[in-house]
Design a protein around this ligand. Sequence first.
Ligand code: NAP
Length: 571
Amino acid sequence: MLTTRRVKISTFSLPYSLASCWVTMSKRVAIIGAGCSGLTAIKCCLEEGLEPTCFEQSDGIGGLWRFTETVEEDRASIYKSVFTNTSKEMMGYSDFPMPEDFPVFLHHSRILEYLHLYAEHFSLYKYITFQTKVCSVKQHPDFAKTGKWNIQIEHKGNRKMDIFDAVIVCNGHYNEPYLPSDCFAGLENFKGRHIHSRSYKTYEEYRGKTVVVVGTGNSAGDISVELSHIAKQVYLSTRHGSWVVSRISRGGFPIDMTVSRRYTMWIKNVLPRSLAAKISEKIMSSWFHHSNFGLEPKFRLKHPTVNDYLPSQILQGSIKVKPDIKSFSETSVIFEDGTVVDADEIIFATGYSLKYPFLDDDIIKLQNNDISLYKYVFPIYLEKPTLAFLGLVQPLGPIMPTAEIQARWATRVFNGAAELPSAKKMENYCMKGKDRKNKWFGTGRTQVLQTHYIDYISDISSEIGVHPNTIYLFFTDPRLAWHVFFGPCTPYQLRLKGPGKWSGARNAILTQWDRTIKPTRTRVLHEHPKSWLNIRRLLVIGSLFSAIWLTKASFNAEKSGFIEWITSWAS
Ligand code: NAP
């Protein structure tokens, strides 16, 4: 659909053929950042007949996936050894599967390669202005009527103002390290070196040292494991603990492809929350006894950390888990349990703060890293819905397809094909959502942006009519329906119908396991025949019917103590 507005062009500024005529112009959209969200935002703008201009402050695409040897100001920074913790079939864009020879979990250089392939394939480069920093985004004096924005940009020292019809913010949320001095009193006494994980690049300088890593997020897990091979000793300090899950599930399949399925989400949603929470906790803790490893989380459903080696490094004694830090002396760290450790280095893997220096406080209000956005995309109180944020959410799943579906929604709102409800309705929605979320994930700063992946993308895809109708599919294309409902919830499912439908989506779904298995089957002795009615499928059907039965039972059981009985049975 092409969104246009008719504009009268002045006769003085144009060649004769165009002078004094009515021409059609599409709405201009400014996109801030050319990382994985910005790239898909450009593509979605083009598909929706909008005119994108993407401002990227560095000289390349990729955002945080563009590794640099040194930390650059105002940019996310990753370490040399980062590998993804979501699998390639789950994390690619919905109409552009990753190459089949790519490994299942990818080094950051491969993600950057994929982003270049995407940008080339959809001819996105020409819409990006590199080395251009967005200094300010302010409402145009006519904002209430037009929703326009004044944007000031800086390119090689020159500042310029431009007007846009809409803005998409894609500058990421891992630029500003979080290291609260009030939580780490006495740090100034410590004479050893301390850094934030954002500054960590590689292990070499830690050889033979005693290192304390603070936090149990993915950065802390990766860094402590990497250092444990060469450091004298690594201590991992955690205040709340964390579930640790492996990338590899039963049978060697990627864990996200095994767990992230529509039927499991459906079961989660129909079961009473306490029971669903108990089952989720069981799944997350099934790999090892977290309490024996000092990792048991305080909140039942804490976002898991993905790490294949952490438990084994703890078993080998190269990593020792410690509680929260109480204070520091010149040479040591004193923990809450009173134990003291002499340390050479401290790495604070304590996460990030949101930062939008180019936006006025009255446009968005940041409180404890929370920014109240409708469905994590639209500010609630703007008179016109012409500002959207992408990727500002932490789903229990991949971020790239999440940002993509957000971009598809935002661009359809900009061109008028989709509408937002009233501010009051959006506010109620946010409050209810926050309440639900707090019950699941807890209320900490780290949990503010967390969501269930499938629930979230289903919600956004319903906004624009691209959510797959599995019941309809079971009647029209049962094979596909089976894969959609019982198989991994891969992004291609959001291209089966509606605006942006992709003719390759069905085939991409039916061949997703081939692309998953291909890079590891490098020595094939014999093919295993595929049996349709295998045990796993029977188990799936069995659990589905059990879920329905449990749901029905639970309705009648609140009074009879059934929930308590099944919960205690599950534990
Ligand atoms: P994060 O997920 O925000 O984790 C921060 C950690 O610091 C949490 O364990 C938190 O503890 C702890 N913390 C925060 N404030 C603290 C305080 N005052 N005292 C003690 N501990 C404190 O940050 P991250 O690990 O840097 O990860 C950032 C993002 O990058 C995440 O989305 C992550 O998944 C992603 N990432 C991915 C990979 C990968 O794909 N391989 C690698 C690294 C990072 P509590 O939980 O107790 O609050």
